[in-house]
Design a protein around this ligand. Structure first.
Ligand code: HEM
Length: 478
């Protein structure tokens, strides 16, 4: 064990990971787990910086675990755009993310094309977007603001509030009903969905760092994180299937016993479940993660807060909320602050692909067929080569041109929403919703960090704060 420990530590420090003697059944996964869990994405970032942006990880020959990790923009362009056909999600991705079923994140080829077209038209529908801002405003007025009023002066975990608030909203938009998770009475212990998502997203990281055979073995016998993932998937499935059943019954009633619409007829409950699960996971965590990280960054950068408030004042005037969607276009500094948050803290910190054939990356690294590619967006947002010497500073100004417009950064350099044909379909919508929420929240409430609270990240597929975001909230005199 001491020899292995030394070799593991030196491998982690060295530029090339070559772990030939991998004690597959537990020892190394456990060590790596402990070494990395404190700041997994930070550890990956440090290693990528030391290796010039790309390294090869060699697992034992029998475990099929070799992968290339990279944060190099040229490699990003190659993998996600130029040679896109050579890099697919692949069978490993599908197995790791099996809870997404046949949803868009998990499929390639024709199935992906079909869902992309379908979701593109749904997410860009103006009527739906207007409905979303209307319900969001209503939810802020009737739930979020009363919750913040009730807790004024007390310690509030704003990450938890953001998660509950986004979960209610996303269910309203995707499933058509509001589960009422966030309420003035506080968190309901009988509401297991938040925990279920968290357990799944943490277990996904585990599935990335242990050989497939190991977690499949654990899954078969219901051991450790695999037990949690199967329980959590069941909990969420029950919730979504139930919502689909109620929705279908309502539609049937509305149609007075006639046939349901074509899509509902064509779609099986399983297909609707996969799409709903995908949209809820795509929207809930990315938006709540950005919202809480932005609140934290604003609270710890008073100059940024002052500038955001100055800009909002010019648009909102004496009301509590933005009046119309067009007002959002004027909020350039807030737009830049959101970009800056997403650069330093991408809600989805890494991406995963599988090579369908042998290839050579622009960085010179050889790729063999079936090899996994892990791409760190977290590290990419912190590269001096792209973001200059002050890359670690939170500075929304870097996104604003001399003329006062948002500077366009090519997506292979700012990859928070990915680049290439599989770019996020919810980017424009996310900016709209975030600007609408953040402007109203910051205009009405002031947030200060609770003394001594340290913000740390969890080892999860979605960037999230380990001990929450403890803040003190007070009402502003608008
Ligand atoms: C700050 C917010 C968001 C960020 C940072 C973000 C980021 C991403 C990333 C990195 C991907 C690529 C994932 C992959 O290929 O594995 C993606 C894909 C996607 N996103 Fe987002 N997302 C955000 C919000 C949303 C929202 C609100 C929706 C809609 C409800 C959405 C819908 C989608 C869809 C449907 C895809 C799949 C695209 C495809 O595979 O062709 N996203 N997003």
């Amino acid at each position: 064990l001491p020899w292995r420990l030394t070799s593991i530590i030196s491998s982690i420090r060295n530029t090339n990971f070559s772990l030939i003697e991998w004690p597959v059944l537990g020892v190394l996964p456990g060590l790596l787990w402990n070494a990395w869990t404190d700041n997994l994405h930070g550890a990956a970032d440090r290693t990528l910086k030391e290796t010039g942006g790309t390294f090869v990880f060699k697992g034992p020959w029998f475990a099929n675990m070799d992968f290339i990790a990279s944060s190099d923009p040229l490699n990003a362009h190659h993998i996600f755009s130029k040679s896109y056909a050579k890099y697919r999600k692949g069978q490993d991705f599908k197995a790791i993310f099996e809870f997404l079923g046949e949803g868009i994140f998990n499929v390639d080829g024709e199935a992906w094309k079909f869902q992309r077209q379908l979701l593109h038209s749904i997410l860009n529908n103006e009527e739906l977007q207007n409905h979303m801002t209307t319900t969001l405003k209503l939810k802020m007025e009737t739930t979020l603001f009363p919750v913040l009023d009730a807790r004024a002066g007390a310690e509030v975990d704003m990450q938890e509030v953001a998660k509950m608030f986004m979960f209610d909203n996303i269910c309203l938009w995707v499933l058509g009903f509001d589960p009422g998770y966030l309420s003035v009475d506080g968190r309901s212990e009988t509401f297991p969905y938040d925990k279920a998502f968290e357990e799944i997203f943490e277990a996904v990281i585990y599935r990335h760092i242990v050989p497939r055979g190991v977690w499949e073995f654990q899954k078969r016998f219901g051991i450790g994180s695999e037990k949690k993932i199967s329980h959590s998937t069941k909990v969420l499935d029950e919730f979504i299937y139930n919502a689909i059943r109620i929705k279908k019954q309502e539609m049937q009633k509305e149609e007075q016993g006639q046939q349901l619409d074509m899509l509902t007829q064509l779609s099986t409950d399983k297909f609707l479940r996969d799409i709903a699960f995908t949209l809820i996971s795509a929207g809930r965590d990315t938006l709540s993660s950005t919202l809480s990280l932005l609140l934290w960054l604003v609270a710890t950068h008073p100059d940024v807060e002052r500038k955001i408030l100055g800009e909002i004042e010019r648009v909102i005037g004496t009301s509590r909320f933005l009046i119309c969607k067009d007002d959002l276009n004027v909020l350039v500094y807030l737009h830049a602050a959101i970009y800056e948050t997403l650069r330093l803290y991408p809600p989805l910190p890494f991406e995963h692909r599988c090579a369908t054939e042998a290839d050579v990356l622009p960085s010179g690294h050889k790729v063999h067929k079936g090899m996994r590619m892990l791409f760190s967006m977290y590290s990419m947002g912190r590269m001096e080569e792209t973001w200059e010497k002050d890359c670690m500073d939170f500075k929304p100004e870097r996104w604003i041109s001399y003329e006062g417009n948002i500077i366009h950064v090519p997506s292979q350099k700012f990859m928070t929403f990915l680049t290439g044909p599989r770019t996020c379909l919810g980017k424009a919508m996310s900016f709209m919703l975030l600007k609408f929420m953040v402007s109203s929240i910051l205009w009405n409430y002031k947030f200060e960090m609770v003394e001594g609270h340290v913000v740390k990240s969890t080892p999860s597929m979605v960037l999230s704060m380990k001990d929450g975001l403890k803040m003190r909230v007070s009402k502003r005199n608008v």
